[in-house]
Design a protein around this ligand. Structure first.
Ligand code: SF4
Ligand code: SF4
Ligand code: SF4
Length: 412
């Protein structure tokens, strides 16, 4: 039985048990029946490529928000943050009054930032009984790993929401610390000015957090930090990916619409593995700036340039990762005069965003025409003006890169 068939079976069983809604508008069932008979709006674009066009941005035919639960009862929704900054959760809360629609169409069984719901509540649920778990953040600790494995077991669908979950995101820059967690903990808890002062004042206290400590009341435990930060699909099976740091509000609305539309209207879900909310092209294709493909003989920060509002930022010497980034955000940063930092990740055509950026930048060096005597030292000069090339080019995708992490060999 295929993935979608299994889900259909599950939802049929769920629908049979579901209670009647409190208040269902008379028009809704008719509209739902009409919608069930209609082809999915934009459905053809969901098929095929892993980077199929968004399944988002389509209203739910027949489902009227704010008018009570759908006819077959609510779906069950869990939201969880692993190693994250909180921005992804805020992006969902940021949907203003539409956040109430989420409450209309879903029973929220877990959402640490906004609703109660404890780990043991989830443990007691039947396997596969959560319709969809939306997980943001990378996997960086024993707690992250435990929770995402638990949610996988209990959920029919798991969505990696945000760039940290999809590619490791900014937490995965920790993979560039060659000494791993010990070096990070040592620096944070012993060498930063405030922690160094604490260590000096209280030399007898443990300075680095312990995973287990005895206190008069019993044993206290803390999660263990891992040496490598991983993306969600490097730890559990993931059904859909929603990139963005954070994803746009339209994407979360579209994602939930797609799930509800599938459960209540039988509209096909996109194929497993689909990246939701992205286009099939690079960000440059949706950026309104004019590209002149000028050669770059120096790389500048935006504050060093009186930014032309219409010209491509690369043409103005500002390093913009649009050519190596998949479209979907609507070029939010470049429209505001800031370079794209690549938060939506690579296009379908490449797996290595950092290397793709190197290629894009190198193609603009004045090697061929304007300056035929451009030699290696000149190129090194230009590249040296990028302050942190690894951090810049792999700011969001280190876990999924070929590099993956730095290591120490022979003490180096
Ligand atoms: S993807 Fe961005 S906004 Fe979301 S948790 Fe990671 S760093 Fe924060
Ligand atoms: S490189 Fe950046 S500024 Fe230039 S067209 Fe592409 S996205 Fe726009
Ligand atoms: S322009 Fe680039 S960095 Fe900015 S939101 Fe879009 S993909 Fe992310």
């Amino acid at each position: 039985m295929g993935f979608v068939d299994k889900l259909k079976g599950l939802f049929k069983a769920g629908a049979a048990e579901a209670k009647a809604p409190k208040a269902e508008p008379a028009a809704a069932p008719k509209a739902a029946a009409k919608a069930a008979a209609a082809p999915a709006a934009g459905g053809s674009t969901m098929q095929g490529s892993k980077y199929a066009e968004s399944c988002a941005l389509q209203p739910i035919p027949g489902y009227v928000p704010n008018l009570g639960a759908p006819a077959n009862g609510k779906i069950k929704l869990a939201l969880y943050w692993a190693a994250a900054c909180g921005g992804c959760d805020v992006s969902i809360l940021d949907s203003d009054e539409k956040v109430l629609n989420i409450g209309d169409m879903a029973d929220i069984v877990m959402w640490p930032v906004a609703a109660d719901g404890k780990e043991h509540d989830i443990e007691e649920m039947e396997d596969g009984s959560i319709t969809v778990s939306i997980i943001n953040g990378a996997v960086r600790s024993s707690e992250n790993e435990h929770m995402v494995k638990l949610l996988r077991k209990k959920s029919a669908l798991v969505v990696a929401y945000g760039t940290c979950a999809c590619f490791g995101g900014t937490p995965a820059l920790a993979n560039l610390v060659a000494g791993g967690k010990d070096e990070i903990l040592d620096y944070v808890y012993k060498k930063t000015p405030s922690s160094a002062a604490f260590c000096e004042a209280y030399p007898e206290k443990p300075h680095v957090p312990q995973s287990e400590i005895q206190v008069p009341e019993g044993t206290l435990t803390l999660p263990t930090l891992y040496n490598s930060v991983k993306s969600l699909d490097q730890v559990i099976d993931v059904d859909y990916f929603v990139p963005g740091c954070p994803p746009t509000q339209e994407t979360i609305e579209g994602l939930l619409d797609a799930v509800v539309n599938f459960v209540y209207n039988g509209v096909a879900l996109p194929p497993k593995g689909t990246m939701i909310g992205v286009t099939k092209k690079t960000l440059c294709e949706e950026c309104p700036r004019t590209k002149e493909n000028r050669r770059m003989d120096k790389i500048l920060e935006p504050y060093q340039v009186d930014v032309d509002p219409d010209l491509c930022l690369m043409d103005q010497g500002i390093l913009c990762l649009g050519a190596a980034t998949v479209g979907g955000c609507g070029a939010k940063c470049t429209r505001a005069g800031q370079p794209c930092r690549g938060c939506y990740g690579p296009t379908d055509a490449v797996s290595e965003q950092g290397a793709s950026v190197f290629t894009a930048v190198a193609s603009l060096f004045p090697i061929i025409d304007e300056d035929p005597i451009c030699k290696e030292d000149k190129i090194i000069d230009i590249m040296s003006s990028i302050k942190d090339p690894l951090g810049y080019f792999y700011a969001f995708t280190m876990s999924k890169s070929l590099i993956k992490r730095s290591v120490k060999e022979g003490g180096q």
